[in-house]
Design a protein around this ligand. Structure first.
Ligand code: ADP
Length: 248
């Protein structure tokens, strides 16, 4: 399901905070349409890596490319988002007083191309996209309900849906199943698996059972660089990885 080479490419990326190397010669390639899980102990640099990809943090050295044409280090945060990189933070931030449908409608409005038409009526195309996303996230039945009544898991899916309104090419998802029930975790695994292919998905997650259930390829970060990469079986049997996790 890999389509045409890398969508994201980090080469020899480093960043220090007060002399401490949070990211240390990090090399990472994400293929187009891939679903990748990033794991690693606390302080490994996972959040900092996401911040670098989205332009929130500038690395001291190295290069970051999106596709073959976009040097992300020359771009600011909003322009990187517009390019098609969506980030889902751990805590859901949906508009509780608005309906599920209205949340998706509003998410579309942050796309500058759509904003002028929103004040008028939604075009058929926009309505179709909202319906498509409602089906993807499994909330079609609840489209007219206020987001405030949704379960924690449903709010997480709605927020993923809001990101999908912009048709991102790369979705960065931070700890999607924290606080979810077993059943919600299964639905989330299904959702993320379904999304991959159409877009690339990078998931940072602590729940190893969940990672095992979705990931074809796992990257283990440690002290700001890649410690191991491969299938869940490969990395979980790697003595270096075992040592790092036992030492946590
Ligand atoms: P993870 O997400 O894997 O837990 P982080 O990327 O949050 O790791 O952090 C990596 C290291 O960098 C940690 O030791 C953290 O304390 C440090 N760090 C992250 N951001 C900053 C910052 N803005 N200022 C100082 N230190 C930071």
């Amino acid at each position: 399901d890999v389509r045409h080479g890398p969508i994201l490419y980090l080469e020899d990326v480093s960043v220090s905070f007060d002399g401490f190397k949070a990211i240390n010669n990090l090399n990472l390639t994400i293929d187009d349409g891939e679903l990748r899980c990033i794991i690693g102990p606390n302080g490994a640099g996972k959040t900092t890596m996401m911040d670098i990809i989205t332009g929130k943090t500038r690395p001291d050295t190295g290069s970051v490319w999106f596709g073959s044409r976009h040097n992300l280090l020359t771009m600011n945060e909003p322009d990187i988002a517009t390019l098609g990189i969506g980030r889902k933070f751990q805590k859901p931030t949906v508009f509780e007083a608005l309906t599920v449908f209205e949340n998706l409608e509003l998410a579309m409005a942050t796309d500058k191309r759509v904003l002028p038409t929103l004040t008028a009526r939604l075009t058929g195309e926009h309505r179709d996209r909202i319906e498509e996303v409602l089906n993807l996230i499994g909330l079609a039945q609840l489209h007219h309900r206020e987001a405030g009544i949704l379960s924690h898991g449903q709010k997480q899916w709605l927020e993923i849906g809001m990101l999908l309104m912009q048709k991102p090419r790369l979705l960065l998802v931070d700890e999607p199943v924290a606080g979810m029930t077993e059943q919600e975790m299964e639905r989330t695994a299904e959702l993320l698996t379904n999304l991959a292919g159409e877009q690339s998905v990078v998931v940072v997650e602590h729940d190893m059972g969940f990672v095992r259930s979705i990931a074809k390829k796992v990257t283990v970060l440690h002290q700001g660089s890649v410690l191991a990469e491969g299938t869940m079986d490969q990395v979980s049997n790697d003595p270096k990885v075992i040592e790092v996790y036992l030492g946590e």
